[in-house]
Ligand binder design. Structure first.
Ligand SMILES: NC(=O)c1ccc[n+]([C@@H]2O[C@H](COP(=O)([O-])OP(=O)(O)OC[C@H]3O[C@@H](n4cnc5c(N)ncnc54)[C@H](OP(=O)(O)O)[C@@H]3O)[C@@H](O)[C@H]2O)c1
Length: 292
């Protein structure tokens, strides 16, 4: 049993609450991820162990916007000592998605990565992970000039300000016309359309979300002429073994501060509705977390 300390607020919670995720059925407690303390543990996870987790919670069964959650052992992710519970609550979905999507796209040291939306959880995690794992360039973007400035101040030096420059123009400027080997796109809509011409020859675009819309226009020559590819990714389809292996890499990068989780704002559990509104309408740079 995990005594919850904090829960991550994600766009999926909003999608489900809005009735746009047909596999979820009401009544349902929301919350797909979170962090807390083990109670009633065993030798592998003794009482008091700090853990984070994700799983079917808040989608197919009651979720993490809750005081206690019963979590199968294989879903428990040990939290590095240097990471506090609030930051830990927002790690599993974004970081496991970003890491496994990068690997699915054939990421390796020296590749150029584009992960749009530096303020979004997946965009930020993919940008940080690619940088830490030795990308030649780890590029992101934002549709907000203020957020571009905020990102620069936080040390993200390759963020394209879409109020002043197109996505592909920015990638070409930063890479001297080479393009992006890997695109991790959680935004969809026009961002996906605009990212395709930024692909390098043989590049791969992973589509995994639709914050800006489920429909995109594809110029097929962006794929044909560059022998590039586009494919989907779903964290829910990844095995617990794959997620646990990914977590051990991520935990090492967290422990050595090569990646640094960003929390934009916390809300008490009773203000969950306002927290969700804040995430979707204000589009902060960093995570929104419920404290329990
Ligand atoms: N397939 C999977 O396994 C998987 C896993 C995790 C997440 N997801 C999905 O991936 C997507 C991104 O998740 P996230 O947590 O990174 O989202 P998020 O934290 O809410 O970030 C969304 C960002 O998208 C940017 N954006 C650009 N155009 C937008 C528009 N028209 N409306 C709203 N936002 C817009 C905004 O950045 P700027 O304001 O800076 O432009 C915003 O900060 C979601 O759809 C989520 O459900 C899928």
């Amino acid at each position: 049993m995990v005594r919850m300390v904090a829960a991550g607020v994600t766009p999926l919670d909003h999608t489900i609450l809005s009735g746009h995720f047909p596999l979820s059925k009401a009544p349902l407690v929301l919350g797909n991820e979170g962090a807390g303390i083990i109670e009633g543990g065993d030798p592998d996870f003794p009482d008091g162990t700090r853990v984070a987790f994700l799983g079917p919670f808040g989608v197919f069964e009651d979720g993490t916007y809750s005081e206690y959650v019963e979590v199968p052992k294989e879903l428990l992710l040990p939290v590095p000592e240097t990471i506090d519970d609030v930051a830990a609550a927002g790690l599993p979905v974004a970081y496991l998605t970003a890491y496994l999507a990068l690997m699915n796209a054939g990421f390796a040291t020296g590749k150029v990565v584009l992960a749009p939306a530096i303020g979004g959880s997946v965009g930020n995690a993919a940008t940080q992970l690619a940088r830490a794992l030795g990308a030649r360039h780890s590029i992101s973007s934002t549709t907000s000039h203020a957020k571009a400035e905020e990102a620069k101040a936080l040390g993200f030096s390759e963020v394209i300000d879409l109020t002043t420059e197109g996505l592909a123009d920015g990638v070409n400027r930063i890479t001297d016309g080479y393009g992006a080997d890997v695109v991790i796109d959680g935004i969809g809509g026009k961002i996906l359309s605009d990212a395709l011409p930024a692909l390098a020859r043989g590049g791969s675009l992973i589509t995994l979300g639709y914050s800006a819309g489920r429909e995109s226009t594809i110029n097929v020559t962006d794929l044909i002429w560059k022998v590039a590819s586009i494919k989907g990714f779903s964290l829910l389809s990844e095995s617990a073994a794959a997620r646990n292996a990914a977590w051990s890499v991520i935990a090492d990068l967290l422990a050595s501060a090569q990646v640094k989780p960003i929390v934009a704002k916390t809300f008490p559990l009773e203000d969950a509705a306002e927290a969700l509104r804040y995430l979707i309408e204000e589009r902060p740079l960093g995570r929104v977390i419920l404290t329990i």
